[in-house]
Structures are given as structure tokens and as C-alpha cells.
Design a protein around this ligand. Structure first.
Ligand SMILES: Cc1cc2nc3c(=O)[nH]c(=O)nc-3n(C[C@H](O)[C@H](O)[C@H](O)COP(=O)(O)OP(=O)(O)OC[C@H]3O[C@@H](n4cnc5c(N)ncnc54)[C@H](O)[C@@H]3O)c2cc1C
Ligand SMILES: *[C@@H]1O[C@H](CO)[C@@H](O)[C@H](O)[C@H]1NC(C)=O
Ligand SMILES: *[C@@H]1O[C@H](CO)[C@@H](O)[C@H](O)[C@H]1NC(C)=O
Ligand SMILES: *[C@@H]1O[C@H](CO)[C@@H](O)[C@H](O)[C@H]1NC(C)=O
Ligand SMILES: *[C@@H]1O[C@H](CO)[C@@H](O)[C@H](O)[C@H]1NC(C)=O
Ligand SMILES: *[C@@H]1O[C@H](CO)[C@@H](O)[C@H](O)[C@H]1NC(C)=O
Ligand SMILES: *[C@@H]1O[C@H](CO)[C@@H](O)[C@H](O)[C@H]1NC(C)=O
Ligand SMILES: *[C@@H]1O[C@H](CO)[C@@H](O)[C@H](O)[C@H]1NC(C)=O
Ligand SMILES: *[C@@H]1O[C@H](CO)[C@@H](O)[C@H](O)[C@H]1NC(C)=O
Ligand SMILES: *[C@@H]1O[C@H](CO)[C@@H](O)[C@H](O)[C@H]1NC(C)=O
Length: 630
């Protein structure tokens, strides 16, 4: 009998182990370690539905194995197990989301990035030539819920043109805006804000669903500066008009933030799609602390026209390897960094590049890890004449403790909302801007923003508080439709080592131009009378930057970071195209048995933040899988 769930050493017959370097050489003591691990786990049997040891898994064979229990992966797990005849195993590299307070309380999310906690993968970028060769942290969620457990909770769908461009790029109208609406609605559970304020005029109820799974709501705590933002839209309507709902297809304008928050708490995919009624399904098993190293083909014969993958290799300690079988499909949901990383280590990618690392190429798909699109972001901060900013608790431990007590007792107060703010502006460059003489407009169409201003009630992301302290407003400016393209490539053949992450920040002159416009728009926004007596002055670095274009460019290169919205590294393309990584049904090209369902399949970045598009794509991805197997 073939044992589906087994340590690789000694490997069962007919498991194909790609060429040198051999994992056995990297990890010599693995066999002994496995014996000890098995003995230990035998002593700690546990009835939970989220397992932490492979030896506890009640099944040894699964219909579907999902690699990554993140934003998209948990949607797949939930929807596939609606069918009681399918059994599903989710392998998640990180730990449990339960009782992680900083992931539950929206206002505490900055605590999730402490490297010692491992709630992120602790990745770094490669040196960024567009950013003074700086190396920057590149967080990705590393716990159940994935990046939805650590993200900023903004809920933005992008423009209708973004999705219509997906349809055009893939030849599948099913990815278009109109066809995707049911999937946004299956995901979204519109909810009252924590403070139950009157939300009339702050969103358009006709484009939201109250019957989905993941909570979305307007800000649940009202800061005094919010009314000044709205007043600005009245005073400067041509440049900064109010948009009732930026999720209705045409985002342009200044609108109220919508966030993946319900009852004052984060609604991640782990909280929502793995809620008790789902996780208790007998056909759904989740194994945490289980990092997938490779997909393995069904047989050593990899010379046929299409390789069939049906085995997933993983480890719980980066030493002992296990293999689990997927009799129907493997679903890769490891995200825009994790998915290409697993594919490349599995021998799926550019055959020349793989061979030069000593990984045997199995499927030649040169676009794996290429076309990695990221949005650059700069934080711009001003001193304000108010104590009613985030600094009231981020800079005051007594107040922070009081706010947390209030959150805990009543789910009210400033911590019910994200730290970033209550509004964002979605704007376009002028149609006659000189940059378009040289660059084709990278936005999806004329109703699609080029740039975004996130209007935050406090100091900007990663901006140090000036020595004199103070209270702040900041505009986090992002180029949401960038022209630069980066990549995910491998550094070594060890599947447990970090990949090389190149988000290509401000590499294209178009992105630099657009960022300049974005920062100057922020200055213009604050020129409205609404800010008189409130905004005092820019912090020194920004004041200096605003003296000339050259100074502004130097400042943005010194301060730019990634918006952390990467896509495209396993992009969809038409079924018969010779480029791309997956077909419009999300099936891995030139192979069978593997589907990719996560942010990496988007061929272009939507002109917003990426979780809502990822959720909707995952909802449709689940339908595509069911269509093939039901
Ligand atoms: C700090 C931050 C803030 C953000 N803020 C926002 C925001 O406010 N609004 C918004 O819309 N978007 C935001 N985003 C982006 C958004 O959250 C992501 O685009 C989205 O969550 C991606 O979903 P995914 O399913 O593709 O990947 P993920 O949610 O990252 O899921 C991938 C999962 O796979 C696991 N995994 C990876 N490799 C392996 C492996 N080898 N074996 C097993 N498991 C593995 C990971 O641990 C993770 O759980 C933010 C991102 C970050 C990092
Ligand atoms: C985080 O990961 C590192 C490296 O794998 C490990 O040494 C450390 O113990 C982990 N910390 C926690 C809190 O799990
Ligand atoms: C594959 O990688 C090699 C070496 O890194 C590179 O020269 C080549 O252009 C790549 N091939 C394709 C088709 O991208
Ligand atoms: C910190 O917060 C407490 C409680 O609100 C307040 O009494 C105190 O004055 C604050 N301290 C400063 C320095 O603002
Ligand atoms: C919340 O309150 C409960 C008691 O009501 C207490 O046990 C718990 O520690 C509190 N949690 C926090 C984060 O303050
Ligand atoms: C672009 O057009 C606007 C009017 O719409 C005008 O004010 C501006 O000067 C023009 N800019 C350039 C670079 O031609
Ligand atoms: C790449 O791998 C080498 C060792 O093989 C290591 O020293 C280096 O830090 C790695 N680079 C990155 C960016 O991880
Ligand atoms: C700050 O605001 C107060 C009123 O709240 C006002 O009296 C004072 O003049 C303002 N300070 C500055 C520097 O504008
Ligand atoms: C590729 O497929 C599309 C439909 O997906 C079709 O319109 C086109 O003719 C095909 N091209 C080739 C070369 O087969
Ligand atoms: C897949 O394989 C075919 C023939 O084996 C090859 O022509 C094609 O370039 C490969 N890649 C893609 C993306 O289809």
C-alpha cells in the first residue's frame, strides 16, 4: 500500500526527487528527528480541527490539498467543503490566529510586525535602485488568515476597467467587472460600524452585500479631522470631489474608508471563512506550522507533454519532510511571493535559471515569478494643532491602556478602527501631462486612478516622530497604476530559504513623475480653508522636499516603501498563449493537477488595495474548481 502521508526519508518508491543539491545533504539528521517528533506527537493527541502536528491528521488522503491558509486559501477551503463528498487539507506555514490580540484589535495592528513574533515571514527586498539601493522589510502574513490577518483592513475593489482589462488580457469575460459582482457579494458581509453612527451619505448600499462571509464596515470611531476632509471636498470640488462609494466601479474622488472590520474587530479570512461552523466540517482539516517545500509529480516520467502533479511535500521544522497526496487537485494559495517560490523550487519556471541553481526543470514556464507588480508608497506628514490624533495613544501608554480597556469592555473607542485613517482620495494625472509623451498610460482606462492619497490622522507609516514630538496628519501617497515591473526569483535551491523579492520601486520614470504629482496634490488638498488653524507646517524633511522637483525626487527615493499590494507573479493569460503561468481557469500551464488561486494570478495590479480583488478571485476560483469536479 502506498502511504500518502509519510516522511520522505526513506522515500516511498516512485517519488521523484529533483536533482542536486539533495535535501538530504542540507538536512542530514532528519530521520532521527522524525522518529522523535512522531513519539512526541503520539503523546499529545488533540481533538481540535486545526492541527499543529502532521501525525495528528485523521486522514491520510485528500481530494484537495491547499498550500497556504491565507486570504484566498481559506476561501477555497470553505467553498470546496460545502460539498460533503470532497475532503480538503490546508497546509499553512504560520501558526494560529486565535488569541493574537494585535491581529484582533484593529488599532493595534502595528504590533504584528515585530520580527521576533514571526507573524510575518520576515522577508526583505533586494537592494532597490530606485530607492537609493535601500533594502526594506517586505512583510507577508505568516499565520492562519495570511496577509488578511496582518493587513491594513482597507476594502477597495479597484475600478470596473481594472477587471475588464483582466477579461481582455485572458480572453475570459468571466473576469470582467460585471461577471465578478456576484463573487464580491459572496465575499462581503456589509456590517454596521462599531459606533452605529448614521452612515447615510457615506456609501452606496446598492453596491454592497449583507449576506456574504467577510465583514466590511465604515469607520467606527469619529475623529474631529474627518469633517475637515469632507469640507475640503466642498471647497475644492474640481480637484477633490466627493465620491459616495469608491467600490461602485468608478473610484475617482475622495471617499469614506471601508474596512474588513466587524463589531470593532478584524475580519480576516481565518475569522470569517474558518469560523466555527465551517472549521467543524468533518471534511475540512487545517494543519498549521506546515511549510510546503515543493510539489512533486505523480511519476518520474516527466517527459510527456504535460506533467501531472499530485503530491505536496512539506515540513514542520524545516528538516523532516512529509508528503501528502491530492487525488483531485493541488491548489496553490501561498500568495504573490509564496506561490512562485514553491513553483520554482518544484522545477516550474525558467529552465535556464532553474538549472543554473541546480534545480531540475520539470515544466518550462519562464514567466513564473516575473511580472511582479507592486505599488510604491511615500508618507508625507505635517504637524497639526490638535491632540485628537493617533499620537494620543501611540505616544501615551496610559491612554493606550485606557483605550484597550474600552475596546475590551464595549468594542468602542479609537481602537475599533485601523490606524491609517478615515478617507482616501483616488486621482488621475492630467490627461495632457508631459509624461504621456513618453509613456503609455499604465492605468486600465479613463475612470481608473493613477494615484491614491491615504489621509491618515497621525504620523506617516515608517516616518520617525520628530524629536520635539507632536501631533500629525499624513498623506500616504501611492502610485496605484505603476509602470515598473519587478520579480520573485530564487537565491538558493533550499526551499526553506527566502526568495529574492524585487518590487522595483520607482524604477520607471513614469512612477517617479506620478509620485511627484501625488505629493503635490496632498499639498493642494491642505490648502483648503478647512485646514486653517489646524495644519501647522510640514515636518522638516517634507518642507525641504517641497522646494524643488529635484529635492522632491531625492526625498521620495529616500523614503519610498512598498504599498505591499503585489500581484502578477503567476499571472493568467489566454489558454493558448505562450506566456503567463496559469490559464483563465487558473490551471497551471503545461501541467495537470495544479491550480493557483491567490493574488499572484492578477496580470495587472488593480488601482487600489488588493484584498477585495483577491477574495473575489478566490470565490470565482472555487466555482471553477467545483465546475470541474462536481
Ligand atoms: C502590511 C500589509 C498591509 C496591507 N494592507 C492592505 C489593506 O489595507 N487592504 C488591502 O486590500 N490589501 C492590503 N494588503 C494586501 C492584501 O492583504 C493582500 O493582497 C492579500 O491578503 C493577499 O492574499 P493572498 O491570498 O494572495 O496571500 P496571503 O493572504 O499572504 O496568503 C498566503 C498564505 O500562504 C502561506 N504560505 C506561503 N508560503 C507557504 C508555504 N510554502 N507553505 C505553506 N504556507 C505558505 C502564508 O503564510 C499565508 O498564510 C496589505 C498587505 C500587507 C503585507
Ligand atoms: C521565530 O522563528 C525563528 C526562526 O525560525 C525561531 O528561531 C523562533 O523561535 C521563532 N519565534 C517564535 C516566537 O516562534
Ligand atoms: C531565463 O533566464 C535566463 C537566465 O536567467 C535569461 O537569460 C532568459 O532570458 C530567461 N528566459 C526567458 C524566456 O525569460
Ligand atoms: C496621557 O493620557 C492620560 C490619560 O488620558 C492623560 O491624563 C495624560 O495627560 C496624557 N499624557 C500626556 C503627556 O499627554
Ligand atoms: C478583557 O477583559 C477580560 C475580563 O473581562 C480580561 O480577562 C482580559 O484580560 C481583557 N483583555 C484585554 C486585552 O485587556
Ligand atoms: C493641461 O491642461 C490644463 C487644463 O485642463 C492646463 O491648465 C495645463 O496648463 C495643461 N498642462 C500642460 C502641461 O499642458
Ligand atoms: C542568499 O544566500 C546566501 C547563502 O547562500 C546568503 O548569504 C544570502 O544572505 C542570501 N541572500 C538573501 C537576499 O537572502
Ligand atoms: C491652535 O488652536 C487654538 C484653538 O483650538 C488656537 O487658539 C491657536 O491659535 C492655534 N494655534 C496655532 C499655532 O494656530
Ligand atoms: C487562442 O484562443 C482564443 C480564445 O481563447 C482564440 O480566439 C484564438 O483564436 C486562439 N489562437 C490560436 C492561435 O489558437
Ligand atoms: C508549453 O508547452 C508547449 C509545447 O510543449 C510550448 O510550445 C509552450 O511554449 C509551453 N509554454 C506555455 C506557456 O504554454
Amino acid at each position: 500500500m502506498f502511504i500518502s502521508l509519510s516522511p520522505v526519508f526513506p522515500h516511498p518508491p516512485n517519488i521523484y526527487i529533483p536533482g542536486p543539491p539533495n535535501l538530504n545533504e542540507i538536512m542530514p539528521d532528519s530521520r532521527l528527528f522524525w522518529v522523535i517528533l512522531t513519539l512526541l506527537t503520539a503523546l499529545s493527541a488533540c481533538g481540535a480541527k486545526v492541527y499543529s502536528n502532521a501525525a495528528q491528521l485523521p486522514e491520510i488522503k485528500y481530494d484537495f490539498v491547499v498550500a497556504g491558509g491565507g486570504t484566498a486559501g481559506n476561501v477555497i477551503a470553505n467553498r470546496l467543503t460545502e460539498n460533503p463528498t470532497f475532503n480538503v487539507l490546508v497546509l499553512e506555514a504560520g501558526g494560529s490566529n486565535l488569541e493574537v490580540l494585535d491581529s484582533i484589535v484593529p488599532g493595534l495592528d502595528s504590533g504584528l510586525f515585530d520580527p521576533s513574533l514571526n507573524y510575518t515571514w520576515n522577508y526583505f527586498t533586494t537592494p532597490q535602485p530606485g530607492a537609493g539601493n535601500r533594502i526594506e522589510p517586505y512583510p507577508r502574513g505568516h499565520l492562519l488568515g495570511g496577509t488578511s490577518s496582518i493587513n491594513g483592513m482597507w476594502y477597495t475593489r479597484g475600478s470596473s476597467e481594472d477587471f475588464d482589462r483582466f477579461a481582455k488580457a485572458t480572453g475570459d469575460p468571466g473576469w470582467g467587472w460585471a461577471a465578478m459582482q456576484p463573487y464580491f457579494y459572496k465575499n462581503e458581509k456589509w456590517s454596521a460600524p462599531a459606533d452605529h453612527h448614521d452612515t447615510k451619505g457615506q456609501y452606496n448600499p446598492s453596491v454592497h452585500s449583507t449576506t456574504g462571509i467577510n465583514s466590511v464596515s465604515l469607520p467606527g470611531y469619529q475623529w474631529p479631522m474627518f469633517s475637515r476632509v469632507i469640507q475640503t471636498t466642498v471647497e475644492l470640488p474640481t480637484e477633490f470631489g466627493f465620491v459616495l462609494d469608491y467600490n461602485a466601479g468608478i473610484p475617482l474622488g475622495v471617499g469614506w474608508a471601508q474596512n474588513t472590520i466587524g463589531h470593532g474587530a478584524r475580519s480576516s479570512s481565518a475569522v470569517s471563512y474558518l469560523a466555527t461552523q465551517y472549521i467543524e466540517r468533518p471534511n475540512l482539516h487545517v494543519l498549521i506550522n506546515a511549510q510546503v517545500s515543493r510539489l512533486l509529480p505523480a511519476s518520474n516520467d516527466i517527459n510527456g507533454s504535460k506533467v501531472h502533479f499530485n503530491q505536496v511535500e512539506f515540513s514542520q521544522d524545516m528538516q523532516e519532510l512529509f508528503v501528502v497526496q491530492a487525488s483531485k487537485e493541488i491548489v496553490l494559495s501561498a500568495g504573490s511571493v509564496g506561490t512562485p517560490n514553491i513553483l520554482l523550487h518544484s522545477g516550474v519556471g525558467n529552465k535556464t535559471a532553474l538549472a543554473s541553481l541546480g534545480i531540475q526543470p520539470i515544466v518550462d514556464l519562464p514567466d513564473v515569478g516575473q511580472n511582479f507588480v507592486e505599488q510604491p508608497l511615500v508618507s508625507n506628514s505635517w504637524f497639526v494643532n490638535s491632540t485628537q490624533t493617533y499620537e494620543s495613544y501611540t505616544q501615551n501608554a496610559t491612554q493606550a491602556a485606557e483605550d484597550l480597556r474600552q475596546w475590551n469592555r464595549t468594542r468602542q473607542g479609537p481602537l475599533v478602527s485601523t490606524i491609517v485613517g478615515g478617507h482616501m482620495a483616488w486621482l488621475r494625472l492630467d490627461a495632457n501631462a508631459s509624461i504621456f509623451d513618453e509613456y503609455r498610460d499604465p492605468a486600465a482606462g479613463r475612470n481608473t486612478p493613477h494615484i491614491e492619497l491615504q489621509i491618515a490622522n497621525g504620523i506617516g507609516l515608517e516616518t520617525p516622530i520628530p524629536p520635539e514630538g507632536g501631533n500629525f496628519i499624513s498623506f500616504q501617497t501611492a502610485v496605484v497604476s505603476p509602470a515598473s515591473r519587478g520579480s520573485i526569483t530564487l537565491n538558493t535551491s533550499n526551499p526553506f530559504s527566502a526568495p529574492l523579492i524585487d518590487p522595483a520601486l520607482l524604477v520607471s520614470d513614469y512612477d517617479v513623475f506620478a509620485m511627484r504629482v501625488a505629493i503635490r496634490k496632498a499639498v493642494k488638498f491642505l490648502s483648503a480653508d478647512a485646514w486653517k488653524g489646524y495644519v501647522l507646517r510640514p515636518i522638516d524633511a517634507l518642507a525641504q522636499a517641497l522646494t524643488s522637483d529635484e529635492a522632491l525626487d531625492a526625498y521620495m527615493r529616500q523614503t519610498v516603501i512598498a504599498a505591499l499590494h503585489p500581484v502578477g507573479s503567476a499571472a493568467m493569460s489566454p489558454a493558448n498563449a505562450s506566456w503567463g503561468v496559469v490559464d483563465p481557469n487558473l490551471v497551471l500551464k503545461n501541467a495537470t493537477g495544479v491550480r493557483v488561486v491567490d493574488a499572484s494570478v492578477m496580470p495587472f495590479v488593480p488601482s487600489g488595495h488588493t484584498q477585495a480583488p483577491t477574495y473575489a478571485i478566490a470565490e470565482r476560483g472555487a466555482d471553477l474548481i467545483k465546475r470541474d469536479w462536481e
